[in-house]
Design a protein around this ligand. Structure first.
Ligand code: F6R
Length: 611
């Protein structure tokens, strides 16, 4: 979604800002802009399309612009009004002396706009953000901080903002409510950003703003207040990422790089967390005792998209390892349907970014209702990680590709560990616990074996180039993988794909089958395997082409399929990981052969911070 960068320091701000925007490109956007000031002038350059077009436009500006030391910049993912130059950020106030970039949505912008229009304000764009810029200008009486605080007290909705003023060129004002802001504090310089990816090139020392914080950012120093201008303390922390973690490292796409990183990212996710002697997992981040765990009556897993699919794998593990009644819920639905939650419920929020608006709202609802709430997040210091206060980090490293890959497999690994720990606090025997622990430990090796089949999977992808529709079917632990396989394919290749429980096809979707449509059947060694093979045959009888994801060496099943991708032999509860990796590679190669923009698919954003 939208990206913010602000800079003040001893470097050329324009250059730092454009570099920062490039590092936010992965989030998905459709226009970009920058504003710079030196006290004598405040200039704005905006372009629809890519950051490269903006960079070119900045290069063509008069030389003085490039020497300015303070500025703000933005990549916009359109919500109010199409992705045009005029709707792009930064937006100016009425005087043209204040420039602001904004992430989030101002819900009462129509009322504010009407009120300002009565006072003679005219607006160039259709955006809610321009209204906020005007409101700040309306309050401005020589003190930008006070004007920002006054304006933010009037707005409803969410914001992460960075503001500069020609009359006060020695500071950037930043603020947040519901939309993340991180401030990198370097020597004689500071970077304000919506995402740490834009900060790492300058410094690894960062401060995360909390909701309703307003920061006065000067070269090398940050002073934080609340909306009433009362000072508040926020700690400086160290980023886990290095500058090179957001680079391609020889791979053609970030998605391919991240698929190949999975053996290491899973190793990082499980490192130091397995206790093989006792057949359990050591998860101090959960911050709870075995006795408290044994008192949990029900687990509720919330998330969106890929994270929710991982949660569904977790549901099977919680039920199988820990006899724990478990529900998985789409976070947006959970937040609005007034769910019945008790103090004995364990609510687990899963989010790679830790910023997804609906998952965050679900967390707040569950905390409000008194449940024990934990998070599984990848981004350290993200809002969900901080608001849950306890949980497990994936340690997967930055996931740049919009399509989630390594986060999914690490989420599954972490969910298996939590389920194991819960099981061992209940009736799961030590012997069975050790067996599960060993299987979890084998995950990186299983993934390596799938990666070795890359060429076979690429060959299979060649048959998919002209495909318009595809189906993925599975049962048990592989049902969520079927959903995930379909999600991955549709988002990056734009092939219409649906995942179903294998038994569900007959209840309607089978009507869609036509000659040659691929149906991917997930048929490893697991209960219900023969039934899934039967369902695949029903599809074949209607002309579908069956691609089997089968256990290595299973020649009998292979003989029943049109083509096969083998995954290594493993227990069914860990098979979602190698299965998912095979499907990630399949989607990747299909999308590549179709010439799609793999890392930044159309219409999608990496972190969905609006409802
Ligand atoms: C799909 C994908 C999305 C995300 C979803 C939740 O490849 O990336 O479906 O999984 O937007 O995002 P997080 O995990 O950041 O909450």
């Amino acid at each position: 979604m939208c990206g913010i960068v602000g800079y003040i320091g001893d470097k050329e701000a324009g250059q730092v800002l454009i570099n920062g925007l490039r590092r936010l490109e992965y989030r998905g956007y459709d226009s970009a802009g920058v504003s710079l000031t030196n006290g004598d002038e405040l200039c704005v350059v905006k372009r629809p399309g890519k950051v490269a077009a903006l960079s070119q436009a900045v290069q063509e500006e008069p030389g003085s612009l490039r020497q300015h030391r303070v500025g703000v910049a933005h990549t916009r993912w359109a919500t109010h009004g199409p992705p045009t130059q005029v709707n792009a950020h930064p937006h100016l106030d009425r005087s043209g002396r204040i420039a602001m970039v904004h992430n989030g949505i101002i819900e009462n912008y129509r009322d504010i706009r009407a009120h300002l229009e009565q006072k003679g304000h005219a607006f160039d764009s259709e955006t809610d953000s321009e209204v906020l810029a005007h409101l700040i200008g309306d309050y401005y009486q020589g003190n930008l901080l006070e004007a920002v605080c006054a304006a933010l007290q009037k707005v409803e909705g969410t914001f992460g903002i960075a503001v500069i003023c020609q009359d006060e060129p020695d500071q950037v004002i930043a603020a947040r409510r519901g939309s993340p802001i991180v401030i990198g504090v370097g020597k004689n310089e500071c970077v304000v950003a919506s995402d740490a990816a834009a900060v790492v090139a300058v410094t690894q020392q960062v401060i995360y703003l909390d909701d309703n914080d307003v920061a006065i950012v000067t070269p090398g120093a940050v002073d934080i207040r609340d909306l009433n201008n009362v000072p508040v303390n926020r700690e400086i922390s160290e980023l886990e990422w290095s500058d090179t973690s957001a680079e391609l490292g020889g791979f053609e796409h970030f998605m391919l790089k991240e698929i190949h990183e999975q053996p290491d990212s899973i190793r990082n996710a499980i490192r130091g967390r397995m206790d093989f002697d006792n057949g359990t997992a050591v998860l101090s981040g959960l911050g709870t005792t075995p006795r408290e765990i044994s008192e949990v009556q029900r687990a509720i897993i919330v998330g969106c998209g890929t994270s929710m699919n991982a949660g569904m794998v977790g549901e099977y593990a919680f039920e199988n390892f820990a006899d724990m009644p478990t529900e998985v819920e789409q976070a947006a639905e959970f937040r609005y349907r007034n769910p019945i939650i008790k103090a004995s419920d364990f609510v687990l929020a899963i989010s790679q970014s830790g910023e997804t608006a609906d998952t965050l709202a679900a967390v707040r609802e569950a905390i409000q209702k008194g449940a024990w709430v934990s998070g599984i997040c990848n981004v350290v210091g993200s809002t969900i990680a901080r608001e849950t206060g306890r949980g497990i980090y994936l340690h997967a490293g930055p996931e740049i590709s919009v399509a989630s890959t390594k986060a999914f497999t690490c989420q599954v690994a972490v969910l298996l560990m939590i389920a194991l720990k819960f099981g061992r606090c209940g009736r799961l025997s030590c012997t069975k616990g050790r067996e599960i622990a060993k299987a979890i430990e084998s995950l990186p090796m299983l993934v390596e074996q799938v990666l070795e089949r890359n060429d076979i999977i690429a060959k299979e992808a060649e048959k998919w180039v002209e495909t318009d529709h595809a189906f993925f079917i599975g049962r048990g632990y592989q049902f969520p993988v079927a959903l995930e396989g379909a999600l991955k394919l549709k988002e990056i290749s734009y092939i219409h794909a649906e995942g179903y429980h294998a038994a569900e096809l007959k209840h309607g979707p089978i009507a869609l089958l036509e000659s040659g449509i691929p149906v991917v059947a997930l048929v490893n060694e697991a209960p219900g395997k023969e039934k899934t093979i039967g369902n695949a045959h029903e599809c074949a009888a209607r002309g579908a082409r069956i691609v089997g994801l089968i256990t290595e060496g299973d020649t009998e099943t292979a003989a029943l399929m049109d083509s096969v991708i083998e995954i290594p032999k493993c227990p069914d509860y860990v098979a979602p990981v190698p299965m998912a990796v095979a499907l990630q590679l399949l989607s990747y190669h299909v999308a590549r052969l179709r010439g799609c923009a793999i890392d930044q698919p159309r219409n999608l954003a990496k972190s969905v911070t609006v409802e």
